[in-house]
Design a protein around this ligand. Structure first.
Ligand SMILES: NC(=O)c1ccc[n+]([C@@H]2O[C@H](COP(=O)([O-])OP(=O)(O)OC[C@H]3O[C@@H](n4cnc5c(N)ncnc54)[C@H](OP(=O)(O)O)[C@@H]3O)[C@@H](O)[C@H]2O)c1
Length: 277
């Protein structure tokens, strides 16, 4: 039995499709609210909260492989519960910031979870993806209502990744040999600037979208009330304020692990056009 956490999210929903199509059996999908979730036929929905490990008893029963998102708050207890339930292998979604920006608090937290997993006695595979293409859904409301994106660092290109490629690597790690004890840094196939992302979304949604570069200070004024000062600063550093070669680097991990080329941002936008109309 494979348990997929974050099953209603960007990676998890793509991973369920991958596992369903590959005929990998059996698969269970975790959500906090099964009433709101719709999963492919044959996939068992189960309720549980990753912030409360004792809510995961039913979800973990009989599970041998676990796909786990980091950052939900109770990783130490969740990993202990998984070990106790007989889980043999965990595929963990961490973040590339562990190696590009280890001084940031969120990166330190991800590294701590990676270490907990490596010390857990279970086999492990760690995925360290870069910025997701799906983060641009943050712009959807402004695009739909005003036909505009206001963003800082509009001409800095980062190798954004299609979440389905993270799922494809996870599927390989969960179902094929050779991935235990591996740490995979994952990126898209090319660096793409905010300006080019906006142009791709405009083309995919069939509408004109202006891209207006704003200052870091203005972006911080918008983000800080939502994220807090420190996280807003960290996000802005990662978007362009403090990038480094390690963050900018395009990696071949996705094609190496999956045997297929990494999907472009343009492809992601073409699949999501409706969200921006
Ligand atoms: N976005 C980026 O650029 C980026 C970069 C590197 C790493 N990451 C990592 O990627 C992961 C996010 O992946 P994603 O984009 O696929 O997720 P997402 O689309 O943001 O969805 C979040 C998922 O997590 C589930 N969830 C949230 N809180 C939960 C809880 N307390 N207990 C159980 N499930 C919970 C939600 O399920 P329900 O609502 O159905 O319960 C949902 O399926 C995070 O670990 C993040 O740190 C993101």
């Amino acid at each position: 039995m494979i348990l997929v956490t974050g099953a209603t999210g960007n990676i998890g929903s793509a991973l369920l499709r991958e596992l369903h199509e590959a005929g990998a059996a059996p698969v269970r999908a975790l959500t906090r609210d099964a009433g709101r979730a719709a999963f492919p036929e044959g996939i068992e929905a189960v309720e549980g909260d990753l912030a409360q490990a004792d809510s995961l008893k039913a979800a973990l029963e009989g599970v041998r492989s676990l796909f786990l998102l980091s950052g939900m708050g109770a990783e130490a207890e969740v990993l202990a519960a998984a070990r106790q339930a007989g889980v043999e292998h965990v595929v963990l979604v961490s973040s590339i910031t562990v190696q590009t920006h280890p001084h940031l608090p969120a990166a330190g937290e991800n590294l701590a979870v990676e270490r907990l997993l490596k010390d857990s006695g279970m086999a492990w595979t760690v995925l360290r993806p870069t910025q997701f293409a799906s983060n641009t859904l943050w712009w959807a409301q402004s695009i739909r209502e005003q036909g505009v994106v206001r963003a800082p660092y509009a001409d800095i290109g980062l190798p954004a990744i299609h979440p389905a490629d993270i799922a494809a690597v996870a599927r390989a790690a969960l179902t094929e040999p050779g991935h235990h004890g591996q740490t995979y840094a994952l990126t898209g196939p090319e660096r793409i600037t905010v300006r080019r992302q906006v142009a791709a979304i405009a083309a995919a949604s069939g509408r004109e979208v202006a891209c207006i570069e704003i200052s870091r200070e203005e972006a911080h004024r918008q983000l800080a009330p939502l994220l807090g000062d420190e996280t807003a600063d960290a996000v802005l550093d990662l978007l362009g304020g403090d990038v480094n070669e390690e963050l900018l680097k395009v990696r071949d991990t996705v094609p190496r692990v999956t045997g297929s080329a990494a999907r472009s941002f343009r492809q992601w936008a073409s699949e999501q056009g409706a969200a921006f109309r």
